[in-house]
Design a binder for this molecule. Structure first.
Ligand code: UDX
Length: 435
């Protein structure tokens, strides 16, 4: 099929690249000239495992190309994906200006039947809103459908290629036929495609991310109870997650969820429900708990140092909001660094890939280390903010020798408490105590 993808962020670039790998002719469009320049010269604009290899393959075989502008060439495509940002407004609601502007632009250019597939996370009713823009500006019959994306950063290619389900919001028989054909490589492998009305598809995306956020805030509250008692979060999680109704995933206690989706979508659903006069009580608490969880580790650090961390030097391992990505949006590390700087401490940070992203925001307010060990002999304590494999597989003997203070605050519970005890670390983690 001939496909255009508008927006080359995580979702757009992964969608376009993966669909080109299935033999489709894909053009990815973005107004950001530097992004397109980079992509055209063969350099990816995001770090995503597995993406580079299929990107290079499909650029060289001509299946994948890039452009800066939406013009009449778009009429060669049968399917147009919208993968545009929907950032939060001040009140948390989703800002739809990019989506609606592009829809207007398209409605003035399109001259034959197309399917417009919206991948962006949007409030209930947006697909119909986009459809109305086309009805108002054009006589051409088109179908606008909602097809929310569930891929996770860091495993985006794997998620796109092996989706657990595909959600399609449309009531058009013609669109159902074409979309079924588009996603046939996935349905052939056993992935279920759920067709529903547009509004249900839109709400499914918000509900999924809100539920995941709820699981995280729930387990984080349980970890607080563990901190106050002799219960151990690892043991509680084991018992809890062996109930198949509860499941094993998204039950890792830590320093809270971050990223570009969970925080934004939770805020957007709260704002949306406020506007329709529904008080979404659980979700409001989920958000509040997450904000508190990000800084709870600061009180643990303060307690440990008897409220005197003025001038103390902290090392940070991990800056990205989760491993396998350079994305620092809403990363708990940022909140922790901000709080420590306000308390006049000094910070040296290391991340396998995200240091340049943090440098753009914090510049020389903190120092940066070229590796995990280099900083250790200078610091009063180490704080772990992201569970990269590089840290999980660290040479603990080397850490023991270099880290004179022997003090570790582990915000992601990556080390075994017994191992820490044997090696005489002062080890403070989440919902667990060293024996
Ligand atoms: C999420 C959804 O998972 C994905 O389906 C959607 O399309 C986009 O939003 P993503 O933001 O890439 O994906 O990251 P995810 O892996 O879901 O992690 C989100 C945050 O939750 C991270 O900060 C992570 O550290 C945190 N988390 C996750 C926990 O604190 N505990 C857990 O058990 C799981």
């Amino acid at each position: 099929m001939n496909i255009t993808v508008i927006g080359t962020g995580y979702v757009g670039l992964v969608t376009g690249t993966c669909l080109s790998d299935y033999g489709n002719k894909v053009t990815c469009i973005d107004i950001d000239k530097s992004k397109i320049k980079s992509l055209k010269s063969g350099i990816l604009t995001i770090y995503e495992p597995g993406l580079e290899i299929i990107f290079k393959k499909n650029v060289s075989n001509g299946n994948l190309s890039f452009a800066n502008k939406i013009n009449h060439k778009i009429n060669e495509s049968e399917i147009i994906f919208l993968a545009l940002p929907t950032p939060p407004n001040e009140d948390g609601s989703a800002d739809l200006k990019h989506v609606l502007n592009v829809a207007k632009n398209l409605s003035e250019i399109i001259n034959s039947y197309k399917i417009i597939i919206n991948k962006s996370t949007v409030p209930i009713g947006t697909t119909k809103k986009i459809s109305n823009i086309f009805k108002k500006n054009s006589k051409i019959n088109i179908d606008v459908i909602s097809n929310p994306e569930f891929l996770r950063e860091g495993v985006a290619v794997k998620d796109f290629m092996n989706p657990e389900r595909i959600i399609v919001g449309t009531q058009s028989k013609k669109a159902i036929k074409i979309v079924s054909q588009l996603y046939q490589p996935f349905s052939k492998k056993g992935t279920k495609i759920y067709f529903m009305n547009e509004e249900s598809a839109e709400l499914t995306k918000y509900a999924a991310n809100s539920f995941l956020a709820t699981k995280i805030s729930f387990i984080n509250e349980i970890s607080q109870i563990c901190d106050l008692t002799d219960a151990d979060i690892d043991k509680v999680k084991l018992g809890l997650s062996s109930d198949s109704r509860i499941g094993k995933k998204f039950l890792n206690a830590g320093i809270g969820y971050g990223g570009s989706c969970l925080p934004k979508d939770v805020k957007a659903l709260i704002s949306y429900t406020n506007n329709i006069n529904y008080d979404f009580k659980i979700l409001k608490s989920v958000e509040k708990i997450n904000e508190l969880q990000k800084v709870h580790i600061i009180s643990k650090i303060q307690n440990f140092f008897n409220n005197d961390i003025n001038g103390k030097h902290f090392g940070i391992w991990g800056l990205s909001f989760k491993p396998e990505t350079d994305d620092i949006r809403e990363a708990p590390s940022l909140e922790i660094i901000k709080n420590l700087l306000e308390l006049n401490s000094e910070i040296t940070a290391y991340d396998p890939v995200a240091s340049p992203s943090i440098k753009k925001i914090l510049g020389n307010k903190i120092s940066y280390s070229g590796g995990p060990y280099e900083m250790l002999d200078k610091i009063d304590a180490l704080i772990i903010c992201t569970e990269w494999d590089e840290f999980k597989n660290i040479n603990i003997k080397k850490v023991k020798t270099k880290l004179k203070s022997k003090t570790i605050f582990d915000g992601r519970n990556i080390f075994d408490t017994k191992l820490m005890s044997i090696n005489q670390f002062k080890y403070i983690s989440i919902g667990r105590k060293i024996k």
